[in-house]
Write a protein that binds this ligand. Sequence first.
Ligand SMILES: Nc1nc2c(ncn2[C@@H]2O[C@H](COP(=O)(O)OP(=O)(O)OP(=O)(O)O)[C@@H](O)[C@H]2O)c(=O)[nH]1
Length: 299
Amino acid sequence: MTEHRSGFAAFVGRPNAGKSTLMNALVGDKVAIMSSRPQTTRRAIRGIVHRDDAQLVIVDTPGLHRPRTLLGERLNDLVRETLFEVDVIGFCLPADEKIGPGDKWIARELAEAKAPVVAIVTKVDKVPRERVAEHLLAVSELAEWAEIVPVSSVTDIQMDVLTDVLVRHLPEGPPLYPGGEITDEPEDVRIAELIREAALEGVRDELPHSIAVVIEEIVEPDSEDARRDVLEIRAHVFVERESQKGIIIGKGGSRLKEVGATARQGIEHLLGRRVFLDLHVKVAKDWQRDPKQLGRLGF
Ligand SMILES: Nc1nc2c(ncn2[C@@H]2O[C@H](COP(=O)(O)OP(=O)(O)OP(=O)(O)O)[C@@H](O)[C@H]2O)c(=O)[nH]1
């Protein structure tokens, strides 16, 4: 009989390197929010890959980058903490972008990690084969890696190979989570992330990092209404400045309505039941730079 392995993997890489997409493709469901804009991921979200011979718990991290704000510093601390807790690290380097100073900086940071580092060349579907080959060579010259694996999360290239490679670096042990569970992220956090994702849609250029969502209340229908079985969710969408409020709300509230409709769909899919979503837009002045506010918003 083969031994069972279990443990943790973390993906790092500069913003937009394809970490969240990769994790979702490996796990097979939408657990981390994705966007075409950098730095939408703020929390270490775990997705779990279940196999008969292994359980791989994937920790998603925000893009490691040179900090500019207090939020940036806290994110980097979070990433470093995460890296010391995992059994294997996957460093994502997109095939369609040259290795840059950001990647070199991360490579130096990773030299201190005690876990083995697998270099993952992401998005290989975006470039011709020769470019992939060139990129692999450049990556191999960047540092010593446990392994180098080219993948595409979108066209499903080498997903199984990558899982095999990551599993090989896990210690022997029993499953850490019950079968079938894909994430241990609390439900309200996932709901808040779905709302934030919807609120960012279409306005990322104007306020990419200025939105935070806090769930105020989740109310089960009382017995009289139970027939309708609609769950009521009240949430606050925080922006940093009064002027940003208008962007989120839109003309006559039209955009906020769309945000609500999109988020509601995602939440109903997540919970498998009908939902009434009540959103309020509020200003928390310069929350990214204020330690007290950061704490209140859960960072
Ligand atoms: N063509 C292609 N696009 C990809 C692939 N993986 C990711 N992308 C795209 O690249 C962009 C960034 O992907 P994310 O997964 O959000 O990147 P991330 O590294 O998690 O980004 P942050 O959360 O900002 O750190 C998105 O628009 C994805 O659709 C891939 O394998 N092929």
